[in-house]
Design a protein around this ligand. Structure first.
Ligand code: ATP
Length: 238
């Protein structure tokens, strides 16, 4: 079986600074795969490259077996890759519903879109309760939910989440992680970037540890969670 996403020897640079130095990994349909690692490891750069926002310096990206090189970002969305970026990037003056609808801008199946808006409200009831309010009035955690809901509105084959737990209270973080588990159960394939290694590895099928642009360790999420070097470096154990 071909993987949904195959990344081979990917290299990405900002000018002369190589932020991603030849990484390879795959994501199979239905899996949750996580990239963990400290600040500056190259995780966000990897997702931005997969979304078409950055051009790779080298390597290959295959989505459903086809190369993604030189495909513009909006076409990548239409191929089935959605990105919920770090820092959320919701539109604060638009209502919650309007923000969700923006995620469906490539679709024209009105009934399907309405169903998916309702699904976002079912996943995150607070969004439904406040649907007519400006999104800027939501708390940070709620904005994160909206960003995830909006990414889902394109009915992605691959949902990429960049640091969904960043800056959230433990309760909000728990809610986001539970939602990822629910989405996986519903068949969504997810590439998750997280600094919260404990949470990410607990729910991931596969995990990759990144350090200064390279993948230094890969394995099943549960194995990495129990790996001594991971525990020391990322889970704060002595
Ligand atoms: P974080 O969790 O802090 O976002 P990360 O693993 O996502 O970390 P990246 O944001 O991908 O890391 O950054 C990788 C490297 O690339 C870092 O050294 C960073 O300083 C550098 N970098 C990121 N964006 C730019 C940019 N626009 N111009 C120059 N260098 C950049």
């Amino acid at each position: 079986m071909t993987a949904l996403l195959e990344v081979e020897d990917l290299r990405v640079a900002y000018g002369k600074i190589e932020a991603v130095k030849g990484i390879s990994f795959t994501v199979d349909a239905g899996q949750v795969v996580t990239l963990i690692g400290t600040n500056g490891a190259g995780k966000t750069t990897t997702l931005r490259t997969l979304s078409g926002l950055l051009k790779p310096l080298g390597g290959r990206i295959l989505f459903e077996g086809k190369p993604l090189a030189n495909i513009p970002a909006h076409k990548i969305v239409s191929l089935g890759i959605a990105h919920s970026p770090e820092g959320r990037h919701i539109f604060p003056r638009l209502t919650i519903t309007e923000n969700l609808l923006l995620g469906a801008y490539l679709r024209n199946d009105k009934a399907g879109i309405e169903k998916d808006v309702q699904r976002a409200y079912d996943l995150f009831p607070i969004l439904g309760e406040r649907r007519k309010q400006a999104a800027g009035t939501l708390s940070g955690g709620e904005q994160q939910m909206l960003a995830m809901g909006r990414a889902l509105m394109s009915q992605p084959k691959l949902l990429m989440l960049d640091e969904p737990s960043m800056g959230l209270s433990p309760i909000m973080m728990q809610k986001i992680m539970e939602t990822i588990v629910e989405l996986k159960a519903a068949g969504t394939t997810i590439l998750l970037v997280e600094q919260n290694a404990q949470a990410a590895l607990s729910l991931a099928d596969q995990g990759h540890v990144m350090e200064v642009g390279k993948i230094v360790l890969s394995g099943a999420g549960s194995d990495l969670l129990h790996d001594e070097s991971v525990r020391k470096a990322y889970l704060g154990e002595d």
